[in-house]
Design a protein around this ligand. Structure first.
Ligand SMILES: NC(=O)c1ccc[n+]([C@@H]2O[C@H](COP(=O)([O-])OP(=O)(O)OC[C@H]3O[C@@H](n4cnc5c(N)ncnc54)[C@H](OP(=O)(O)O)[C@@H]3O)[C@@H](O)[C@H]2O)c1
Length: 290
């Protein structure tokens, strides 16, 4: 049995789908009761509802599991504490493999949520557990946050340079790797950077969406102030807003690029390109609206 935490988020759902397709037994740790059905429909054998910050909940979740795939909620100020609770519970339960879903370049102190993941990586090194650390780049799926604007107004908006280069990765490729490292013991002790095959800019992303949708789509830079106002209306917390502004500032200055070779080697094929991802997404959305 494999325990997947943060199970009902974007990453958790992709990882669970990959694991259950590969006939692995999954226990999902979810936050709310209404998320249970969705995970069962993805093939999770068990779904445990609870707060991953609670030692009692996490100790219960670890009982009888062979491996853990730990996904912390996105931009959590409690990432290091949650990581410590997970690692200690895994140790106590005698878990045989601990896979941590980290991020590309956790060394970057300018991005506090990256820096906190490095603290968890450090705790894992010291834990004595058999671990694997996956460090994915930013997901291609993040661009879909602007789907309505892309399709209705023909505008792909970002709060950083339209020339910022990013090695976006398909979360489904990351999920495929999660299956590999959870089931093949040769990977124990590895830290893998998972970057997509091209470093593309918001301008190129807009062009690809435009080409595939058969309409003009342009990239537009929104000001940080406008993005913060929008974030406030969507209920984003102060820590998350502040941290994401720091991340956008970093993207603006330096982009966010990695090398695709590790991902290509692990997959045994070229990583999904942005055009392949966009084409698959558009087809799925058209099918749904039939
Ligand atoms: N997005 C990217 O581009 C990217 C790239 C690399 C790495 N990552 C990392 O991937 C991880 C997951 O990202 P994501 O976007 O998939 O996350 P997400 O959508 O925020 O999902 C996290 C899940 O955890 C649940 N959750 C929140 N607080 C919880 C708690 N206290 N106890 C139990 N469950 C809780 C959430 O449920 P509720 O919604 O009910 O609270 C949600 O289902 C993050 O650590 C992020 O840093 C993301």
């Amino acid at each position: 049995m494999i325990l997947v935490t943060g199970a009902s988020g974007k990453t958790g759902r992709a990882v669970i789908s990959a694991l259950t397709k590969g006939r692995q037994r999954v226990r999902a740790l979810v936050h709310r009761h209404e998320q249970v059905l969705q995970l069962q429909s993805l093939g999770a054998e068990e779904a445990l509802v609870g707060d991953m910050r609670s030692k009692e909940v996490v100790n219960r979740a670890m009982q009888g599991v062979e491996s853990v795939y730990h996904i912390c909620p996105n931009v959590s100020p409690e990432e290091a504490t949650i990581g410590a609770v997970m690692i200690e519970a895994a140790r106590l339960a005698g878990v045989r493999r601990f896979v941590f879903h980290s991020v590309l370049h956790p060394q970057v102190e300018d991005m506090p949520h990256h820096w906190l993941k490095m603290r968890v990586e450090e705790a894992l090194f010291k834990s004595g557990l058999s671990y694997v650390i996956l460090q994915p780049a930013a997901y291609m799926q993040n661009t879909l946050g602007g789907w309505v604007s892309i399709t209705q107004r023909g505008v792909y908006e970002v709060p950083y340079s339209l020339e910022a280069r990013m090695s976006l990765v398909d979360v489904q490729d990351v999920a495929e790797v999660s299956m590999l490292v959870l089931t093949v013991s040769d990977h124990v002790g590895s830290v893998y950077e998972l970057a997509g095959s091209q470093a593309i800019t918001p301008k190129q992303i807009a062009e690809i969406f435009g080409k595939l949708l058969g309409k003009n789509v342009r990239a537009d830079r929104v000001s940080t102030e406008a993005w913060v106002r929008q974030a406030a209306t969507s209920g984003l917390g102060a820590y998350q807003t502040d941290t994401l502004v720091k991340m956008f500032d970093y993207y603006d200055k330096y982009g966010f690029c990695g090398n695709p070779l590790v991902l290509k080697t692990l997959l045994g094929r070229n990583p999904t390109t942005f055009e392949q991802f966009a084409s698959r997404t558009i087809s799925a959305k058209l099918k749904k609206s039939d």
